[in-house]
Design a protein around this ligand. Structure first.
Ligand code: 6PG
Length: 245
């Protein structure tokens, strides 16, 4: 499994690089399958990308009627909560582009019965993909502890090999999350990590260069047949020794 690692000068350049790649990825997906399935990441790094996609430079380079968005994970909060990944994407992107409401597939992680909500999301995926999802693009971030999506170290979801979407108890944050699992993430056609911030430099070196490939959840992301790209802002790349694309 090969991964391209691209270092960018800052988050704006990272967003610009990913936005240009998404234009091509969308064109290819729509030409091949009549639609693009894009799985969004939460957190703060992708916000710059989402705002750029909604801006004048990119908005009209996508056929939004053919693009379907999903989430790789969600916090157990209502969609209008400040911590909601849906809210961040809605404000930065989805409210600013002509994407049909039916193309926006929100994780209902605010539900009291999170297991039922996760099962319902899995049913949404099954109805859309007809089987194990093969997202055209899976956007991921990475935390300073090496987590990705809501696959945090020492949590149950890391061991899930059957279900596609699960509730996940994150004790260190005293919270529940809903997250996609490795079987779905790894079956994507493109997996794109977007990593920014000097607080990621140490863990990124371990994730990408350590001989022990089992230390961090982000290391469990290994495309079955697809391709993987790491877009890394310079501040997060300072400890890397690998040759870069
Ligand atoms: C979330 C994300 C999470 C995020 C990382 C990195 O729900 O928070 O899915 O996995 O991508 O924590 O977040 P930043 O981009 O804010 O550093």
């Amino acid at each position: 499994m090969s991964s391209d690692i691209v270092i960018t000068s800052d988050v704006a350049a990272l967003a610009e690089d990913m936005a240009n790649r998404l234009v091509v990825m969308a064109q290819e997906a729509i030409a091949a399958r009549g639609r693009m399935s894009l799985c969004l990441s939460g957190g703060s790094t992708p916000k710059t990308l989402y705002a750029l996609l909604a801006g004048d430079a990119f908005r009209n380079r996508f056929d939004w009627s053919r693009i379907h968005v999903f989430w790789g994970d969600e916090r157990s909060v209502p969609p209008d909560h400040a911590d909601s990944n849906y809210r961040m994407a809605h404000e930065a992107l989805l409210s600013r582009v002509p994407i049909p409401a039916a193309n926006v597939h929100r994780m209902e992680a605010e539900k009291a019965d999170l297991a039922a909500a996760a099962a319902a999301y899995e049913a949404t995926l099954r109805a859309f993909f007809g089987g194990l999802p093969d997202f055209d693009v899976m956007l991921l971030g990475m935390g300073p502890d090496g987590h990705t999506a809501s696959l945090f170290p020492q949590t149950e979801a890391l061991r899930e090999t059957t279900r596609w979407v699960v509730p996940n108890r994150v004790d260190k944050m005293n919270t529940w999350r809903m997250t996609m699992t490795y079987p779905v993430i790894n079956h994507s056609r493109w997996i794109c990590f977007l990593v920014a911030g000097k607080d990621k430099a140490d863990v990124l070196k371990e994730v990408l260069e350590s001989a022990d490939r089992t230390q961090f959840p982000s290391q469990g992301v290994k495309p079955d047949n697809g391709r993987m790209l790491w877009l890394v802002e310079q501040a997060a790349a300072t400890r890397l020794t690998l040759a870069r694309a």
